[in-house]
Design a protein around this ligand. Structure first.
Ligand SMILES: NC(=O)C1=CN([C@@H]2O[C@H](COP(=O)(O)OP(=O)(O)OC[C@H]3O[C@@H](n4cnc5c(N)ncnc54)[C@H](OP(=O)(O)O)[C@@H]3O)[C@@H](O)[C@H]2O)C=CC1
Ligand SMILES: O=C(O)[C@@H]1CCC=N1
Length: 274
């Protein structure tokens, strides 16, 4: 029988994982998602054919895996409400919430549960996600394998053995699609300023990012060498890269990623007191 997975929360992240799972051939019959209103549920039900509901407790009654995909700020209330049912059924819990430690989620759910903390990203929707995973001590090998299988259905999986590193994963991949989308916005604006139609600039920028990522992933050369190969001495790229280095591009990226990881730690501190 197929592993039954219930998503608590049906927003951007849950929708991306569910969409990617179904694209990979997971049966919609084995997937349920909940949300307080039908706004997020209707497209999942109508387009993907999964079961949906507004009652979290009812939705986990048959679940082998419960994916907690609500905002960190409401996770305490959601977990408290699920405590009795979760303690009775003892499914594998996968939390995708930024910042919140596995121990906090476990405590809010009544304790001694197998909790995997996962930091996914939204490209999971197109099977190109990247997830960092951490297993709490109560997670056994079979459950670890199950979590790997689920998240590998939507992209790359990297396990970390030190939970604190999930904040770094948040900075490197969880939040990072937004950095690249910002870069696309900036490149489109700059392309327009140089005279290109906006949609032409957008298509060229996105195809180039896709090409650069594909090439780097298939190459045994590092990014520094691949970059040098584009930079003809005295040519155009050299000027562009010099301009970026002079403007402190590396420092900008480092500061942004440090701020991201620090915010994850801060959220754990703020929310974990409950
Ligand atoms: N977005 C991203 O790129 C990533 C997000 N995450 C994590 O994923 C989690 C969800 O984020 P995201 O998907 O962006 O947020 P969204 O706001 O898009 O989705 C949250 C969902 O939870 C629903 N919800 C609210 N209250 C309840 C409840 N009591 N029971 C069940 N569902 C409820 C919301 O419904 P309604 O809107 O009607 O209240 C909504 O469907 C967060 O913890 C975030 O840290 C992790 C990695 C990447
Ligand atoms: O911005 C956030 O808090 C969530 C977590 C990682 C990506 N989005």
């Amino acid at each position: 029988m197929a592993t039954r997975v219930t998503f608590i929360g049906a927003g951007n992240m849950a929708g991306a994982i569910i969409g990617g799972m179904i694209e990979k051939g997971f049966s919609p019959d084995a997937i349920t998602a909940t949300s307080p209103s039908d706004e997020f549920l209707a497209p999942l039900r109508e387009r993907l054919g999964i079961a949906t509901g507004t009652d979290n407790n009812a939705a986990i009654e048959q679940a082998d895996v419960v994916v907690l995909a609500v905002k960190p700020q409401i996770m305490h209330d959601v977990c408290s409400d699920l405590r009795e049912a979760v303690q009775r059924r003892r499914p594998l819990i996968i939390s995708v919430a930024a910042g919140l430690p596995a121990e906090t989620i476990d405590r809010w759910l009544g304790g001694k549960l197998p909790v995997v903390r996962c930091m996914p990203n939204t490209p999971s929707l197109v099977g190109a996600g990247a997830s960092g995973l951490y297993a709490s001590p109560a997670v056994d090998d079979a459950q670890r394998k199950l979590a790997t299988e689920l998240m590998e259905a939507v992209g790359l999986v990297e396990w970390v053995e030190d939970e604190a590193l999930l904040d770094a994963v948040t900075a490197v991949s969880g939040s990072a699609p937004a950095y690249f989308f910002l870069m696309f916005e900036a490149m489109e604006e700059a392309g327009v300023a140089l005279g290109l139609p906006a949609d032409t600039a957008r298509r060229l920028a996105m195809q180039t990012a896709y090409g650069a990522a594909s090439m780097a992933m298939q190459s045994d050369r590092g990014p520094a060498e691949l970059k040098r190969n584009v930079m003809s001495p005295g040519g155009t790229t050299e000027r562009a890269i010099q301009s970026m280095e002079d403007a402190g591009m590396r420092r900008i990226v480092q500061d942004a990623m440090k701020a991201c990881a620090a915010r994850a730690a801060e959220m754990a501190e703020e929310l974990g007191k409950r």
